[in-house]
Structure formats: structure tokens, C-alpha cells
Design a protein around this ligand. Structure first.
Ligand SMILES: CC(C)(COP(=O)(O)OP(=O)(O)OC[C@H]1O[C@@H](n2cnc3c(N)ncnc32)[C@H](O)[C@@H]1OP(=O)(O)O)[C@@H](O)C(=O)NCCC(=O)NCCS
Length: 259
């Protein structure tokens, strides 16, 4: 769920999700409730009605994590529920980042047209085995989920821009894709190839993103991940990001489908 929908938005979104339907061979919809929703009770009622009326096999529900009673309430809609973790959202005022000491062997570049094959290679490596919300649902193929991440990375890099971090001897070792609107830049997918973890490369990638936002006159750099991903949240806290909110994910599955 994008920053724009989760944090800066205030409207409930109920919609079909054709991309996910194609990817997994089941019909998908989305019901998304932002953190600042004006009338939470009305929002819950509209989500419940949607879950009852919508014919999709899986409705991915996103709701403010602070509404801790909603999981139990969603049971009233006659679907089977799968708890699929919580997204945490973080922000950095650009210019305030605690940048790493520059290293001769590590460089970053910004591009608005990264090769699709490079994005595929990097994202497949970075996110292999990553505990995304699809993996919570036994109906969904983890290989298709990873392919979805690749497709998402390629699309977001092509629509806006990407920052690639390279090592002098090893070439491209990590990537961040970013989308910008209204002076807010959101890092969508970011990581470092697994064999280069724990070498202090990721903060250079974050600095490359911050530079790109500074250059384009942006004010805020924002990012999100699953709550279980504490490694990356430590990196963000060290760099100077602060947490601003949490949104829980629930898969509401049509009865009779789950084993
Ligand atoms: C999370 C992720 C980006 C971190 O990348 P990284 O390059 O390994 O990050 P760093 O090297 O800066 O830091 C990782 C750890 O190594 C330590 N480290 C840094 N340099 C080191 C060195 N030279 N020797 C030993 N350890 C080192 C850091 O202190 C940090 O320690 P911590 O675990 O106590 O926090 C990477 O694991 C990743 O790509 N994960 C999958 C994708 C993902 O989760 N993306 C976020 C959601 S979009």
C-alpha cells in the first residue's frame, strides 16, 4: 500500500486487482483503509459490505494496525481470514540523513531507464525467500510472488526512477526504485544482493536516494516494510528515518478455498 494511500490519504479504496489476479490465477480485490481515515466505524462497515458482496477469491484488506479489533470484526463477513503481517511506514526529511563515509569502491547512479534484465537479476536475488504478505496465504505460489516483485520493480523503475549501487569490482550490487509526487519520494523496492549483505553497502544506496530527492527539490523520503523485517528498520533508524505508522494486512479468502 503506497505512502500516498496509507499515510497521506483519507479515503477508503475498494477495487479489483487485475495484476494480482493474472499473477496467481485467482481473482483478487483490494480494500485499503488509510491511517487518517475520517470515520473508522463507517470505514469498517464499508469494508465488511465489500467482503460480503465482492466475488473475488481473495480480498487483500489493509487497515490501520491501531484498530486491533478489526481482525475479529472482519470474521463477520463470511470469509476465511489469513493474518499477513503489518506494514510499517518510515520517513526522512531530506538533508537530515546520517550519510555513510564515502568509499572509493562504492558508487551510486540514478537512472530513469534501468535495463529490465538488470532489475530482474537484482530483485530476484534481493527478495529470494523474503517473507512478503503473499507467503502467509497457502493458496499462493511463492515463485509467482517473487515474479510479482520483479514485475513491480521493473514497472516502478520505468515509470519514475531507480538508484543503482555498484561495487568497483563486482558491478551492480543493489537497487532502489522510487516514485515521486508532491515533493514526497517513496522508495518502493530496495535491497542489496545477498552475497553483499553486512558490508555496509545499503547506507550508500539510501544516500544515493536522498541525493536524488534533494536534486529534484523534494522534501520527504519515505519507505515501508513488513514489521518482521527488523534488519532493515535498524538500518533506517541508524540513517535517521523515523517510524510514522503501521497498517495490518489480512487476506479475506472466499470460503471453501483454503485447505
Ligand atoms: C536489509 C538490507 C537492505 C541490509 O543491507 P546491508 O547492505 O546488509 O546493510 P548493512 O551492511 O549496512 O547493515 C547490515 C548489518 O551489517 C553490519 N555491517 C556493516 N558493515 C559491516 C562489516 N564491514 N562487517 C560486518 N558487519 C557489518 C551493520 O552494522 C548491520 O548490523 P545490524 O544487523 O546490527 O543492524 C538487506 O538485508 C536486504 O537487501 N534485504 C532484502 C530486501 C529488503 O528487505 N528490503 C527492505 C524492504 S523494501
Amino acid at each position: 500500500m503506497s505512502w500516498e494511500s496509507a499515510v497521506s490519504g483519507d479515503a477508503v479504496t475498494l477495487r479489483a486487482s487485475p495484476l494480482e489476479s493474472r499473477r496467481f490465477g485467482l481473482s483478487f480485490s483490494r480494500a485499503e483503509v488509510p491511517l487518517a481515515v475520517e470515520d473508522p466505524d463507517a470505514a469498517l462497515s464499508s469494508v465488511l459490505r465489500f467482503l460480503e458482496d465482492d466475488e473475488s477469491d481473495v480480498v487483500v484488506v489493509r487497515h490501520p494496525a491501531a484498530r486491533v479489533g478489526w481482525f475479529a470484526a472482519l470474521r463477520g463477513a463470511g470469509r476465511d481470514l489469513v493474518a499477513a503481517d503489518t506494514l510499517t511506514y518510515w520517513r526522512l526529511a531530506v538533508g537530515d540523513g546520517r550519510r555513510p563515509t564515502p568509499r572509493e569502491s562504492v558508487s551510486t547512479r540514478v537512472t530513469d531507464s534501468p535495463e529490465a534484465s538488470l532489475v530482474k537479476e537484482l530483485v530476484s536475488d534481493m527478495f529470494a525467500g523474503y517473507g512478503n504478505h503473499y507467503l502467509a496465504n497457502p493458496l499462493l505460489d511463492p515463485v509467482a510472488a517473487l515474479a510479482g516483485y520483479v514485475e513491480w520493480g521493473q514497472r516502478s523503475a520505468a515509470e519514475d526512477q531507480a538508484v543503482i549501487v555498484s561495487h568497483a569490482d563486482r558491478g551492480a550490487v543493489g537497487l532502489a526504485t522510487m516514485q515521486t509526487s508532491d515533493r514526497v519520494s517513496e522508495i518502493q523496492l530496495a535491497g542489496i544482493r545477498q552475497q553483499f549483505h553486512q558490508q555496509g553497502i545499503y547506507p550508500h544506496l539510501l544516500a544515493g536516494c536522498e541525493d536524488a530527492v534533494l536534486e529534484s527539490g523534494g522534501e520527504l523520503l519515505v519507505i515501508s516494510t513488513q514489521a518482521h523485517n527488523t534488519n532493515v528498520q535498524r538500518s533506517w533508524a541508524r540513517y535517521g528515518f523515523e517510524p510514522v505508522g503501521a497498517v495490518s494486512t489480512v487476506h479475506a479468502v472466499r470460503r471453501g478455498l483454503l485447505p
